[in-house]
Write a protein that binds this ligand. Sequence first.
Ligand SMILES: C[S@@+](CC[C@H](N)C(=O)[O-])C[C@H]1O[C@@H](n2cnc3c(N)ncnc32)[C@H](O)[C@@H]1O
Length: 252
Amino acid sequence: MLVSSRSFDEYRAMFALSDDDLAQRVLDCPGGAASFVAQAGARGVDAVAVDPLYGQERDVLGALAQREIEHKHADVAAGARDFVWDWFGTPERYTRLRAESARAFTADIAARPDRYVAGALPHLPFPDRSFDLVLSSHLLFSYGAQLGEDFHLSALIELVRVARREVRLFPVVLHTSDERYPALDRLRNALDALGVPSRLDRVGYAFQPGGDEVLVLDTAAPGPLPATRPGADARDPVRWRHLRAPSGFSAR
Ligand SMILES: C[S@@+](CC[C@H](N)C(=O)[O-])C[C@H]1O[C@@H](n2cnc3c(N)ncnc32)[C@H](O)[C@@H]1O
């Protein structure tokens, strides 16, 4: 898996964020090296990011993201016809925007470290209903070939637990095949049974073919969430390749 660094503008497009949405307290889970919190903070938005990499790896994360961007540029340019270019325009602009985003992230995590909290699904270090809006980009569904259905359900329930109004997840297609995550309907039915209705909205952003839908969970009035969450012990089985820090990087 990549540690990626999408920008505030990408988040706004992926999640169809309105000014009203951004007037609320927002959680970005997982934040990775995205600049959403940095750029939202500069606009006065009360936003926090959580990611397991904000523990030991936080000081090298920006550099790792820059390295990934350089590696990925060649792949994206060579396979350009496999992607949708309406939003980015060209591979060069894609790479430039991602690099700017990684730089904004690096500066902000140093300047406002309290905005970047170490934590991992399916157990987040926040009290119930701590955020109005929870955004989740490019982990659940996207890594559905690696993360099992039990993990997805536990993670979704955990995101619901910390959200007062809505959880939005993008995209709902696998990054490996551009196919919709196969158990999506089953997971939506399970959430519905817990008093969490959901809908799929089309948005004005896609990079993967068919990847232009956001899943919106309405968390305004959930029923009691299971005390022992289904699959709560499910482990995240992905061994993130960026956790193998290259020589020359130190974690602290
Ligand atoms: C592809 S990146 C997406 C980052 C950011 N949302 C973006 O769109 O640029 C996926 C992130 O998920 C994080 N991650 C991996 N396992 C996780 C877990 N169990 N809970 C929360 N985040 C996790 C990784 O550390 C990585 O930063």
